[in-house]
Design a protein around this ligand. Structure first.
Ligand SMILES: [Zn+2]
Length: 216
């Protein structure tokens, strides 16, 4: 993917994927047109991570300090997070299209990131349930990259494929999990893509009305 990198202040409405890993994939928008990458630096990745609520504030503070002392290392960690994101996008959209078997190239890319993450992860227990979790102490600036790779594996293992969609909105292309009761959600968000599609339909109808019944 060659996306234009553009600064963006993340807002709650940018987190509509239904899973933190899908929200990472959606930090690129307009994939159906000219892709725009909203992660314009490591601090932006931290801003996004804080908004998701999935990462401990103390870890994000530690990462901010690390990034300030190692800006080049932070840029490289961001580049690896972007690579993970693109590998996940390619794999998820192939799964949604029901490409079978899943494309080996995308699977291998995700596998590579996941193996790096596992190598640095810590095994913890939630009660009696084991969990692999990334740790700032062992992952350093790659903490978010590793944690997201681990969570990507969790997502892929339980992906409800019949409810995983790509938004057909113009200049969107976001992936989302449809958790609506009826399972008929079409848009990433009614407030954005749904409404603008309704608006376009309305506009087209209005144009047709204004043109009158046409020549007899
Ligand atoms: Zn959309």
């Amino acid at each position: 993917m060659t996306a234009t990198i553009r600064p963006h202040t993340f807002r709650p409405r940018d987190l509509v994927g239904g899973h933190v890993v899908i929200d990472l994939v959606n930090t690129v928008t307009a994939r159906d047109a000219e892709s725009v990458d909203w992660l314009d630096g490591y601090p932006r990745l931290l801003e996004w991570a804080a908004l998701t609520g999935h990462f401990a504030p103390a870890d994000l503070t530690a990462l901010r300090r690390l990034a300030e002392s190692e800006p080049d290392g932070a840029e490289r960690a961001l580049a690896r997070t972007r690579e993970l994101r693109e590998a996940l996008h390619d794999l998820l959209t192939a799964l949604i299209r029901q490409d079978a078997p899943a494309p080996a190239e995308a699977v291998e890319r995700v596998e590579t990131h996941w193996k790096h993450a596992v190598a640095r992860a810590r095994l913890t227990f939630h009660g009696t349930a084991p969990e692999l979790r990334a740790d700032v102490g062992t992952s350093g600036l790659d903490h978010l990259h590793h944690e997201l790779a681990l969570r990507a594996f969790d997502l892929l293992r339980e992906l409800p494929l019949e409810r995983t969609r790509v938004c057909p909105g113009m200049r969107c292309g976001w992936v989302f999990l449809d958790s609506s009761r009826g399972g008929r959600r079409r848009w990433c968000s009614m407030a954005t893509c749904g409404n603008s599609a309704k608006g376009r339909t309305h506009y087209r109808r209005k144009q047709a009305d204004d043109a009158g019944p046409g020549p007899q």
